[in-house]
Structure formats: structure tokens, C-alpha cells
Design a protein around this ligand. Structure first.
Ligand SMILES: [Zn+2]
Length: 443
């Protein structure tokens, strides 16, 4: 079986490739790419004129909710949403019920992800750093690693005890297992629902101070520096947090970080009249933070863009602001929001955009993917992006069960239109049938 992607802009940050050409997928493997490939016996040709051909996107921060919260999302609906958003790999957080702290649960998730009912994206599980995410006793990370986790994380229940975090980092250094940390001092943030400042005061809501995030970013970066543990800070949102990461990198700590799309294009002002769709953790910050964040994306201090896909059922979100959960469903909007607010504004080049969404996430967790190098991925993971397609993000048209999104109704420019993940192909209506040519296989 030969599939040819014709005349697209091939972008592969892992090899600094940015050229117009064709890409051949044969038996679900990337076989060749280059200008004007001369290939016979092609079964399917996709005309990718004016489109990008990129390594499949990789999300470091997805909540798939299964087991335990299947009314919010399942592995099946979550992976369909991933493919529709251009992702071929999602790393799922341990915030399930029970918590992902046992090898048998890792098996369960990998089995469910491999079943035919799942969508066209690979699932890479992230184990709970501590048993039951209680922040006390370390999980059996060695057994979890053998079962297949790609990182350990305290997302959902940030580790407060510095002694526990230090021990976790020492242990993970031995295992060569990265830690993905959600940085929040709960004593400072408790009870807050939006950024602490004039807006929280005006709305009469308790605020979450920026220091709640920055203190923990600093602590975790210092522990990484002193233990040598690979630390990935997820969801930086303040200029202070960005500066801490910058300093840690300067000092030689093995630290990387990501940002969620809403933190580079929305501010606390967008919360408006208690709109729960804008309630996120960490909270939306200020224009000053946005200005520094945009610089840090541009200069590489912020390595990756992660979706923090956090689906909830409608009845969980349609409640008073103070009671609403934190988070938005992000897999199907992340690429469009990034292209609209960073790429088309000249903050990230096309190659750097793909690096933040695919190549860098693969490097952070040492995953197979984020590249077009022959033989470096088990099967072809390729996304075709129409960078100029104009569309309105509509939660009514998404695959995820979670319809909670701050981007609902937003005009976006750029969309994933075809996602190839091995034998699975997702094709969006924005990639018209007329661009696909199928020839009957010779007998
Ligand atoms: Zn999260």
C-alpha cells in the first residue's frame, strides 16, 4: 500500500527541513520525501498544495479520564479528539479513579488505547508520582516504568512536601524517568478561582497569587539542579515562572517547560461576567505576563505547547463560578489557536511552531515521534495542516465529550486536516475529497 502526499511544505524541525515536496508512505512507514518524488503504483494521492506536511503532533498533558470519569471522556473519544486536532500521540495524566499508580492500570490503559474502538492516536501513560496522588509515599515507579509509563507526575495534586519531592527526584534520576510537575503552593492558592489582582477584587472572587506558582517552580527547579532529575514544568503562566525556568536552564539544571494555549492569548480580563469556561489552573494572568511569555516562546525558554485537555460534563461546568472545576477541553483547538495567535502574528516561524507541538515534546520524554527520519517511529505519524483555513471553533462539532472551552465561537486561522497514524487516517472535511485520488490496485 502506497500513499503519496504531493506538493506540500514539508516541515521537520528534527532535521531543520523546510522545503516543498512530496512524502511517500509505504505500508504505514515513511519511505521517502523530497522534491518531485518519482513513484509508481501509488494507491492514494493527497494533493497537499499550500498545505504543510509535519510530524504528528505530540501532547504532553492530556486528561483522558478513563477509568473513573467516563462521563467526561473515554480513551476512545479522547483519542478521536486527538486525531482530529492533529495529534498522533497523547500522554495521559494519572488523574483517573483509581489513580494511575499501579502497573495493572498501565496495562489497562494501553490495552484500551490499542483496541479498534480507539481513535487514531497513540496513548503514552504518565504514572502518579505518589500513591493515590496523596503526596506522601512514592509510587513503585520502577514497576510502573517497566509497565510502560513515560514520566511520573503530580498533576492534579501538586507535591507540597519538599522532602517527598526531593526523594522522588533522587529516585527518578536513578530510573532516568522525567517528572512532569504542576507547580502550585496550595497554602497560597487554596480557595482562589482567578488571578489575584484588581479583577478578582472587582468580581469579589478570592484570588490565586502568582507567587503560588512561582515559589513551586523555583523549588522544583532547585531540586532538579541539585539531584540531576529531568524536570518538565507544565503550564507556566507568569513572567516570574518563566524567569525561574530561564535561570534554572542557565545554571545547567535539566529543566524544560510547556505552556497551555489559553495562557498565551487570554488574560484575566476575559473572565468577564463569571464565565466558567475561563476558569483554569493556573489562572489566566495579565497582559504583562503575556508579553514576557511571547518573548520566551520566541527565544526558546518555553520549550513546548501542551493542550492540558481537561474535559468535563456540562452539568459539572454549569454551576456558580466558585464551584466550577478548573480546565478546558483543548485537543481540538490547540493547533488552531497556536497558528492564529503565534504563527500568523510572526512570533513563531512555521518550523518553530511544529517544534513546540511535536519535536520538542518528543525530545522531552524521549518518545518515538516528532521526526520524519526513516525508521525512527514504529509507524508513520504525519499531520497535514492547512495553515490558512479559516474556521470558527465550535464545541458542537468536536469529538471530545468535554464541551467546556474558552475558545468556543472564536475565529481561527489554520487547522489539522489529515492525520496519519499508522493504519489509521483521520481526514477532516476541510481537506476536500477532490484533493484525494485513489487508483485501483493492480492485481
Ligand atoms: Zn491538567
Amino acid at each position: 500500500m502506497r500513499t503519496l502526499l504531493k506538493n506540500g511544505r514539508i516541515l521537520d524541525p528534527s532535521q531543520n527541513i523546510d522545503m516543498v515536496g512530496d512524502l511517500l508512505i509505504e505500508d504505514h512507514q515513511i519511505e521517502a520525501y523530497g522534491p518531485n518524488l518519482d513513484v509508481a503504483d501509488v494507491q492514494e494521492t493527497y494533493d497537499c498544495t499550500d498545505m504543510w506536511i509535519v510530524p504528528g503532533l505530540i501532547d504532553l498533558h492530556t486528561h483522558l479520564r478513563q477509568p473513573g470519569f467516563d462521563h467526561r471522556e473515554t480513551i476512545s473519544t479522547g483519542t478521536q479528539a486527538a486525531a482530529a486536532g492533529g495529534y498522533t500521540v497523547v500522554c495521559c495524566m494519572p488523574t483517573t479513579q483509581p489513580t494511575l499508580d499501579s502497573p495493572s492500570l498501565v496495562d489497562y490503559i494501553l490495552d484500551a488505547a490499542a483496541s479498534p474502538s480507539s481513535g487514531g492516536a497513540f496513548v503514552q501513560p504518565i504514572g502518579a508520582l505518589t500513591v493515590g496522588m496523596k503526596g506522601e509515599q512514592l509510587s513503585d515507579l520502577s514497576a510502573l516504568r517497566r509497565a510502560g509509563i513515560v514520566a511520573a507526575s503530580d498533576v492534579g495534586a501538586p507535591t507540597q512536601n519538599s522532602r517527598v519531592m526531593k526523594r522522588a527526584m533522587e529516585y527518578c534520576t536513578q530510573l532516568d524517568l522525567p517528572i512532569i510537575a504542576h507547580c502550585e503552593d496550595l497554602e497560597l492558592s487554596q480557595g482562589g478561582s482567578i488571578n489575584e489582582g484588581p479583577v478578582s477584587a472587582m468580581l469579589g472572587l478570592r484570588g490565586i497569587p502568582r507567587s503560588a506558582e512561582e515559589i513551586m517552580v523555583m523549588r522544583n527547579c532547585l531540586l532538579s539542579l541539585h539531584t540531576g532529575c529531568r524536570l518538565h514544568v507544565t503550564g507556566v503562566s507568569t513572567w516570574g515562572a518563566v524567569e525561574m525556568v530561564r535561570q534554572a536552564k542557565y545554571l545547567g539544571a535539566p529543566v524544560s517547560c510547556d505552556i497551555f494555549p489559553h495562557h498565551f492569548c487570554l488574560t484575566e480580563e476575559d473572565v468577564g461576567e463569571f464565565d466558567t469556561r475561563f476558569k483554569v489552573s493556573p489562572p489566566l494572568r495579565t497582559q504583562v505576563d503575556l508579553d514576557i511569555i511571547v518573548q520566551a516562546l520566541n527565544d526558546g525558554t518555553i520549550d513546548c505547547i501542551a493542550s492540558n485537555h481537561s474535559p468535563y460534563a456540562s452539568h459539572e461546568v454549569d454551576v456558580p463560578f466558585g464551584e466550577a472545576p478548573f480546565g478546558i477541553s483543548g485537543l481540538e483547538s490547540a493547533l488552531g489557536v497556536t497558528l492564529t495567535h503565534l504563527t500568523h502574528k510572526g512570533i513563531l516561524s512555521p518550523l518553530e511552531t511544529v517544534r513546540k507541538l511535536s519535536t520538542a515534546p518528543a525530545m522531552v520524554l524521549r518518545l518515538e515521534g516528532g521526526t520524519m527520519r526513516h525508521g525512527e517511529t514504529p509507524v508513520a505519524q504525519i499531520t497535514v495542516v492547512d495553515p490558512n483555513h479559516r474556521w470558527r471553533f465550535d464545541v458542537g462539532r468536536t469529538f471530545t465529550k468535554g464541551k467546556n472551552s474558552a475558545f468556543h465561537g472564536m475565529e481561527l486561522q489554520g487547522k489539522a486536516v489529515v492525520t496519519f497514524c499508522g493504519a489509521e487516517i483521520y481526514r477532516d472535511a476541510a481537506f476536500p475529497e477532490s484533493r484525494v485520488t485513489t487508483s485501483r490496485k493492480r492485481s
